[in-house]
Design a protein around this ligand. Structure first.
Ligand code: TXA
Ligand code: MG
Length: 336
């Protein structure tokens, strides 16, 4: 974007936000759907536009870590340590909320999610705006997060006055969410920053068992989040091509996300569409949502995904794939 255009767009965004309107902006993870976090009516518009349940708390985006004190209270030293090390960046901290934060932002909870994003346009917008921007990912509830401006326009077709275009998101997966509400830090969502880097920085392990301690409620962590409309299955390298063959045998239109198309010889002529995914987690993450979105538009009956390796470097990717493949989404076509 030219400098002149850029500041015109930022000014327009700030005007809309101060007027209680929504603006989509890029972050390094995914695009956000932003509203003035101090304006309850503006925040309500986010829930309406996304079709998101009102109990699902939003992340408030800030220009600098110094603003934490305006949004949270009883801030533990660990919060400053993590903010120093990882902000601006793909890390969201869950802290006890300051009293004057509107309950609409936090889904009625006493806690708040805060993050300083590492995208130049987001930071410019946040600085020019001056306050906090409540912003979930800019997609309809439960669907695939947008990683470029075009995806956002597609999601909200003409219902959004302004989408700031900052190109393709560098990370491509949402932020890592860490709760600091208890004495022990708790990993609520794996994401852009590996959990091991966080625990090394803190010098203490991150708790991450299936159910968080009672103080933490994260209603957004539904199993069927981040989902394409096309039924999606994860298959191991061993079972993938057999599954492709059996689906193609019943005339199903099949799309595949695999690490290679070197299907064993006899399968090579199968009439399925294969996208080769990088066998490297950073590159895979960047491509994941855009690929799913593209294949979701292809009219396929099934999307088959070759399971990535297990292990920490792939954990955010495996987390999103599991959710995309969760059976609940099979009913979505009727819901739309
Ligand atoms: O990378 C990201 O985090 C992106 C960009 C736009 O910043 N945002 C994002 O927002 O993914 P959203 O709303 O799609 O997901 C936010 C998650 C939800 O699952 C929600 O439950 C959790 O953060 N969350 C927010 N505030 C919370 C709180 N006070 N306690 C527990 N979980 C919270
Ligand atoms: Mg989301």
């Amino acid at each position: 974007m030219l400098d002149q255009n850029r500041s015109a767009h930022i000014n327009a965004a700030v005007r809309l936000l101060h007027g209680g309107q929504l603006v989509s902006f890029p972050t390094e993870t995914v695009y956000g759907l932003g509203a003035d976090a101090r304006n309850p009516d503006a925040v309500k518009r986010i829930f309406q536009l996304k079709g998101r349940p009102e109990r699902h708390p939003l992340i408030v985006h800030l220009a600098t870590a110094e603003q934490i004190g305006e949004w949270a209270q009883d801030i533990p030293p660990m919060a400053w340590t993590l903010a120093d090390r990882f902000w601006p960046g793909p890390l969201t901290l869950i802290l006890k909320k300051a009293t004057r934060v509107p309950p609409e932002v936090t889904g009625g909870q006493d806690s708040i999610g805060l993050r300083v994003p590492a995208h130049p346009l987001a930071l410019e917008l946040l600085k020019a705006f001056g306050g906090g921007l409540a912003a979930p990912s800019a997609n309809r509830f439960g669907r695939i997060s947008p990683t470029c401006a075009e995806h956002v326009r597609e999601e909200f077709e003409g219902q959004l006055e302004l989408v700031l275009d900052g190109g393709e998101c560098r990370v491509g997966l949402e932020s890592t969410i860490v709760s600091l509400l208890d004495e022990r830090p708790f990993l609520l969502r794996p994401g852009g920053i590996p959990a091991s880097e966080i625990s090394e920085t803190l010098g203490t392990p991150l708790e991450q068992q299936a159910s968080p301690p009672s103080a933490i409620k994260a209603p957004g962590m539904l199993l069927s989040h981040y989902a394409p409309l096309t039924p999606c299955e994860i298959q191991s390298r061993e079972t993938l091509w057999e599954r492709v063959r059996s689906l193609c045998g019943t005339n199903r239109q099949v799309a595949i996300m695999a690490f290679s198309d070197s299907s064993p010889g006899e399968h090579s002529a199968l009439p399925a569409h294969t996208v080769i995914m990088p066998f490297e987690p950073i590159a895979y993450a960047k491509k994941l949502y855009a690929t799913m979105r593209l294949l979701d538009h292809g009219g396929y009956d099934t999307l088959l995904v070759e399971a990535p390796p297990s292990g920490e470097a792939w954990s955010a990717i495996n987390n999103r794939l599991r959710r995309a493949a969760h059976p609940k989404i099979k009913h979505r076509r009727n819901v739309r």
